[in-house]
Design a protein around this ligand. Structure first.
Ligand SMILES: O=C([O-])[C@@H](O)[C@@H](O)[C@H](O)[C@@H](O)C(=O)[O-]
Ligand SMILES: [Mg+2]
Length: 441
């Protein structure tokens, strides 16, 4: 008989971050996440990590009674009850920020991850082997070097981390201003030296679009073999996106959300038009964020690469997208937000279970590297993550680090990601506008 869940603990945590710029503004010196820990009658602990907000904490609270006492073997039934309970809270919107504001799908994923971790430990199999129709498809997962333009921390009085005792160039450059093509190339070189990336993504939606294209030109010159992409989170108009990206088309492997909702056109329509006019493949984490949207995106020909982040697709949902991509001739990829090392493991197992050719997964981990909450975060070497061979997720919580991250959360009084706060140090009174790059005001 498989064990039953005896306890569910929810731990909101925080970590430090650099002054990363994006369409939503500038990252605060901290980011918040939520860790779910399930204990079972066999003495195992299963874990999951998701974004944190008051809504998410409330959602987890609503589900605790459905999870505690359930059999680990009945994981699917438990998740279905959780899904129905959360559906009763009403319809949710992703919103127009760069990050997803929904609650239910994140809550489900945290519980799902912890249950799969327990299940894996109960049957002595890694989570990747349990997911999807086919189980593990690969032993290594390629990750991309996720580059950001960076604000100058010295223009704020916020506690951004300083490069104390830097281990290498990456520890230095990730903590200071980067707003030029040269500075972006320095970031890429330093990240390449430490992690060995062959793919890079630059977060756009910050400077004038042409200036961001110049950054891609510089990256291409520095890394002529690398696969490159630029992601302005739908900030540009269709006309702008076509005008700016056509001349650098040959340098890009795909364009991520180059345009979005505009006047009477939906994001799926403008992306379809962009794709037809430029011939560039498109990726998205904004306009195909559930199965219905994905269906419409495919009907109009808007997307080649759905970035199915397990945090907002669920782990099983993200793998289903991977299976559909494989059957239908699309390419699967994964989006990310700031995260700790549990999420890194979750994304690695999910990517490992997606069949066929997938694209290098996003991860913000390089910005967080050094702030673990598990004993041994999966390392990125030669641009790749090794998929754990041990039962479950293959990560073990470090209780003292978890407690430290929880104490930081409690000291902050931050209940939701807010990129406007730091941005207002750079531009007085700054407010989010989904159609204007953050520094263009
Ligand atoms: O972390 C950020 O600032 C990103 O802009 C994030 O919010 C996005 O969700 C993401 O990484 C993306 O690919 O759009
Ligand atoms: Mg994106």
């Amino acid at each position: 008989m498989l064990p039953t869940v005896t306890r569910m603990t929810v731990v909101p945590v925080a970590g430090y971050d650099s002054f990363l710029l994006n369409l939503s503004g500038g990252h605060a010196p901290w980011f918040i996440r939520c860790v779910v820990i399930l204990e079972d009658s066999a003495g195992h602990r299963g874990v999951g990590e998701i974004p944190c907000s008051d809504g998410i904490l409330q959602g987890l609270d609503q589900c605790e009674a459905l999870v505690v006492g359930s059999s680990v073997a009945a994981l699917k039934g438990t998740l279905e009850r959780v899904r129905r309970r959360l559906a009763a809270n009403g319809r949710e919107e992703r919103g127009r920020q760069t990050f997803d504001l929904r609650v239910a799908v994140h809550v489900i994923t945290a519980i799902e991850s912890a249950l799969f971790d327990l299940m894996g430990q109960a049957v002595a199999l890694p989570v990747a082997d349990l997911l999807g129709r086919y189980g593990r498809q690969r032993d290594e997962v390629e990750a991309l070097g996720y580059l950001f333009l960076l604000g100058d921390p010295a223009r704020t009085d916020l506690p951004y981390p300083q490069p104390e005792a830097p281990r290498d160039r990456w520890d230095e450059v990730r903590r200071r201003e980067a707003l030029t093509p040269e500075a972006v190339v320095e970031l890429a070189r330093a990240a390449h030296e430490r992690y060995g990336f062959r793919d890079f993504k630059l977060k756009g939606g910050v400077l004038e679009p042409e200036r961001e294209a110049d950054c891609i030109r510089a990256l291409h010159e520095a890394f002529p073999e690398a696969r490159l992409t630029l992601d302005p989170n739908g900030a540009w108009s269709l006309e702008e996106a076509v005008r700016v990206l056509t001349p650098i088309r040959h340098m890009l492997s795909y364009a991520e959300d180059p345009c979005g909702q505009e006047q009477s056109w939906s994001g799926r329509e403008t992306m379809a038009e962009f794709r037809r006019r430029t011939g560039l493949p498109t990726a998205t984490n904004m306009i195909a964020t559930d199965f219905k949207q994905l269906q419409y995106a495919l009907q109009v020909g808007a997307v080649d690469i759905p970035l199915a982040d397990c945090h907002f697709w669920t782990m099983q949902g993200a793998v289903t997208v991977g299976e559909l991509c494989h059957e239908w001739g699309l390419t699967w990829g994964s989006h990310s937000n700031n995260h700790f090392d549990i999420s890194l493991a979750m994304m690695t197992h999910v990517a490992a279970a997606c069949p066929g050719e997938i694209t290098a997964i996003d991860t913000h981990w390089i910005w967080q590297d050094g702030q673990r909450i598990t004993r041994e975060p999966l390392p990125i070497r030669d641009g790749r993550l090794r998929v754990p061979e041990v039962p479950g997720l293959g990560v073990e919580l470090d209780d003292s680090k978890l407690e430290q991250a929880h104490r930081l959360y409690r000291s902050l009084d931050v209940r939701q990601r807010d990129d406007a706060l730091a941005m207002q140090y750079l531009i007085e009174g700054w407010q989010f506008d989904p159609k204007r790059p953050a520094l263009v005001r």
